[in-house]
Design a protein around this ligand. Structure first.
Ligand code: ZN
Length: 137
């Protein structure tokens, strides 16, 4: 079942988070809370020129919030600032509206969410990263 595949993708990121850990000398560092669920995430990025040379996160909370942060780091590593902005917009738009096949595995986050409250869990890291970019990080 597609639903099982989605769960598997999300749990894999939760159990084996990618790029987890604080980034020393980060150019972008943004912390955000989701009081609805008790999730917490900090995203970090280091630029090389206009590109995101490294992206990482730390945090704690539910599996959706932490898996989503892990997926963000994979998705945005190596992207230019402009590309990253596009990815962030596309993801947040998908969470508000409907599934978007162009976003690959990220669709799993949309697919497993059963209640609107959980959207905050899935978008926490993405919103944090967007705020970090917007504030000149
Ligand atoms: Zn949560």
């Amino acid at each position: 079942m597609l639903q099982d595949l989605y769960k598997e993708i999300v749990l894999d990121h939760y159990r084996r988070p990618r790029h987890r850990g604080e980034l020393e000398n980060a150019d972008l560092r943004e912390h955000l809370l989701n009081p609805l669920c008790g999730d917490e995430v900090t995203v970090y990025a280091r630029f090389r020129g206009d590109d995101l040379a490294e992206v990482s996160f730390t945090g704690r909370g539910c599996s959706i919030s932490q898996a989503s942060a892990s997926m963000l780091t994979e998705r945005l590593s190596g992207k230019s600032r402009e590309e990253a902005e596009g990815e962030l917009e596309a993801f947040l738009e998908m969470m508000r509206t409907e599934e978007n096949e162009d976003l690959g595995d990220l669709v799993a986050l949309k697919g497993i969410i059963q209640t609107p409250n959980r959207i905050r869990c899935a978008t926490l890291a993405w919103t944090a990263f967007k705020q970090g970019l917007d504030s000149g990080g």
